[in-house]
Write a protein that binds this ligand. Structure first.
Ligand code: SF4
Length: 465
């Protein structure tokens, strides 16, 4: 057996000592101790060679010589690792990878607060949530089609997966745009047909028009069947779109069997789409409209039961953008049904969701949510600056004591995760101090709950203000 041990290049940082090393006529500062130790663990009779790319180049002839390429790397060497992998794939050589870079995963969300990159390690999970949209799309496809899910927050997309498929379905949010471009390039290189949908493409498919074969825009329950009919007839169009809103009673249960649920911190379900409000930075009403569309209580119980039967116990995020958009239905039908279901099964789940601040106006609703097993709620507070609230049309937050509202929700037993925005036209430099005071002193988040500052960069989507 011939083993080539490869240590990737470093980019130019302080620690590469690129210029300092020249003064002492050395090529690199340290040998790759990890790889040399791995080499010592391999059978003695195997032939071994080391290519330390901080010292020398990796040639095709080195790779061709080997039966297996062993790569060890740190995160800083990621770009070099990608090139080595491409080179090995081209030459058809098998790769064995280890070390900190691979042990810590391969995130395909950029590193933001919401990727929870570091927090997930504490609970030994790969990603926070499974891709609910794609799993729902999978359930809409013909039953006799073979399907595989590659969630790149959990695993790597390899050429073999793409070659296996007749069509590659991609769904993504705007934050995943860079990863999407790479997937598209990979599919194009392999000649795979691409079908794309979801928020990124619905709000800006034009950016991908030349590269994606078929767009399934807006709500897939309406547009995907049109694509499937045309596929059957052999006359596919480039774009499938609709200005109709689907009745959520027609939405199927996500095809959970495609996901390895143990890799995720939380499961998710959707109860409603739409929001009665009209905050002008938000694309929810653009994508889903103002009229609340709801699943029935029976649908919700069936979805919860499907997760329960797959063995899930723990957190369930109800992904609705505004869970309380129809309070009456929640109070009379859905929450009482969830309370019974949870009691009968001895509380297997804890729920979290998103709601507007007017949740604090309805004590009965908060109490029912707590009784049903809700532990926290994300609320868009945005800003204590009344002029900025008016500017972004967040009228439901205006003319109220936001701190008192938050404290009231907390008193009933819900943790409030607050979302904040800075940088409105009406904000002055004083907004920084004002927000700090609002969150730390008035909210008193150390004692009564958490305030999560939504520190991600806001992206204005086409057709939002
Ligand atoms: S309340 Fe929330 S979901 Fe509704 S429009 Fe405003 S930001 Fe969007």
């Amino acid at each position: 057996m011939k083993i080539l041990l490869v240590y990737p290049e470093y980019p130019e940082t302080f620690w590469s000592f690129k210029y300092a090393l020249k003064f002492i006529s050395k090529k690199a500062s340290l040998p790759p101790l990890g790889l040399l130790t791995v080499a010592a663990l391999l059978p003695k009779e195997w032939e071994k060679k080391l290519v330390d790319m901080t010292i020398t180049a990796l040639f095709d002839r080195d790779i061709k010589w080997a039966d297996y390429i062993f790569i060890s790397a740190m995160s800083i060497q990621k770009e070099s690792v990608k090139k080595i992998i491409t080179q090995c794939k081209r030459l058809g050589t098998k790769i064995v990878a280890g070390g900190p870079l691979f042990t810590s995963g391969y995130p395909e969300y950029p590193e933001t607060f919401w990727s929870f990159k570091y927090a997930l390690k504490f609970i030994s999970k790969k990603a926070s949530l499974p891709p609910l949209g794609l799993l729902t799309v999978a359930a809409l496809l013909p039953e006799d089609w073979e399907k595989k899910l590659v969630d790149m927050t959990v695993t790597v997309l390899i050429d073999r997966d793409i070659k296996w498929a007749d069509y590659v379905f991609i769904s993504a949010m705007s934050i995943q745009k860079e990863s999407v471009k790479k997937i598209i390039a990979q599919c194009k290189r392999l000649g795979a047909k691409i079908v794309a949908g979801g928020p990124l493409f619905t709000s800006g498919y034009e950016d991908f028009e030349d590269d994606v074969d078929y767009f399934i825009l807006n709500e897939a329950e309406i547009t995907l069947p049109l694509f499937l009919e045309d596929l059957e007839r052999g006359h596919l169009k480039h774009i499938y779109t609709s200005d109709q809103w689907v009745d959520l009673k027609k939405t199927p249960i996500p095809l959970w069997k495609l996901a390895d649920i143990n890799k995720y911190a939380t499961m998710c379900i959707q109860y409603s789409r739409g929001c009665p409000f009209n905050c002008d930075f938000c694309d929810v009403t653009l994508l889903f409209g103002h009229k609340m569309r709801l699943k029935t209580k029976d649908q919700i119980l069936v979805e919860l039961e499907s997760l329960y039967l797959r063995g899930w116990r723990g957190g369930v995020f109800i992904v609705d953008d505004n869970f309380i958009g129809n309070k009456r239905e929640l109070k009379c039908e859905v929450l009482p049904a969830i309370i019974n279901w949870m009691e009968e099964r001895k509380y297997p789940f804890s729920f979290t969701t998103q709601a507007s601040i007017n949740l604090s106006d309805d004590e009965e609703l908060i109490q029912l949510m707590v009784q049903a097993g809700f532990g926290s709620v994300f609320v868009g507070i945005e800003t204590p600056n009344e002029e900025s609230l008016a500017e972004c049309n967040k009228l439901q937050n205006k003319n109220r004591d936001l701190i008192a509202c938050v404290k009231k929700i907390q008193r009933f037993g819900l943790i409030v995760n607050g979302g904040f925005i800075m940088g409105f036209d009406n904000d002055t430099p004083a907004i920084f101090e004002r927000l700090i005071e609002f969150i730390q002193k008035k909210w008193n988040c150390q004692r009564h709950g958490r305030a999560i500052k939504r520190s991600s960069r806001h992206q204005t989507l086409p057709a939002t203000c």
